[in-house]
Design a protein around this ligand. Structure first.
Ligand SMILES: O=C(O)CCC(=O)C(=O)O
Ligand SMILES: [Fe+2]
Length: 222
């Protein structure tokens, strides 16, 4: 991603596609739960069902190649990391952080804004060390490169209004899951299937090495 690893673009989807996604996600808001183990404060979240229209539309080859073209990464594909619906209401915020690398090489994260009546801004540090910020409009995307080489960014506290986003993860074709992948996926509410998946993956690798208790406790989801 150019500009120090952040790119902000408005009018990302066609109006028809965007409205279809927004309509479906509005029906899901009742299922959102307070996020646990997150850098974000008072944010609500929900993993999008892989069979949903929203998931099919966004975690697609078409969207992946558009993100690749925008960021200058040669090729990107939809990841198997859950797509999440997230909502910031009054009092919600997210402190300065870099997104943990869930894959090696690090993924590109996409924040698609669905609704925004909130007074918060997403701020980031640019390549030159200066700061930039955006009030993210509905149907905008913020593209963020993860990992230590990625940009530091935050969301300022909401005083009034609400902001709803979808967070998506794309990676390069040859990317491998990192230890953080399992730590993050296991912090989702009711992630029993993921726990089983982690155990299986560990067995396949023939040992630990995906982060013990201590590293898991130290980590906070972004
Ligand atoms: O809501 C945003 O604009 C950014 C969210 C973010 O940085 C994150 O969830 O890691
Ligand atoms: Fe982030």
């Amino acid at each position: 991603v150019s500009n120090g690893g952040v790119l902000y673009r408005e009018r990302f989807l066609s109006p028809a596609d965007f409205e279809a996604i927004r309509r479906e996600c509005r029906t899901l808001r009742g299922g959102m739960r307070a996020e646990k183990d997150s850098i974000a404060l008072r944010r609500m979240g929900l993993c999008l069902d892989r069979r949903s229209h929203t998931h099919a539309m966004l975690m697609s080859e078409a969207v992946a190649s558009r993100i690749a073209a925008l960021t200058g990464v040669p090729r990107l594909e939809p990841s198997d990391f859950p797509a999440e619906l997230r909502q910031y209401g009054a009092g919600a915020s997210m402190g300065w952080h870099r997104d943990d690398a869930l894959y090696s090489p690090p993924q590109t994260e996409v924040i698609l804004t669905l609704e925004n009546t909130a007074d918060c801004f997403t701020e980031w540090v640019c390549a030159d060390g200066g700061r930039d910020s955006a009030w993210t409009t509905p149907n905008s995307v913020l593209l963020v490169r993860a990992g230590e080489g990625g940009p530091s960014h935050r969301v300022t506290p909401v005083k009034r209004g609400e902001r709803t986003i979808v967070k998506l993860v794309f990676h390069e074709p040859d990317a491998e899951r990192s230890a953080s992948f399992y730590d993050h996926i296991n912090s989702f509410p009711g992630a029993q299937r993921s726990v089983a998946e982690r155990a299986r993956a560990l067995a396949e690798r023939g040992g630990p090495g995906s982060g013990g208790k201590a590293s898991r406790a130290a980590r906070r989801r972004s």
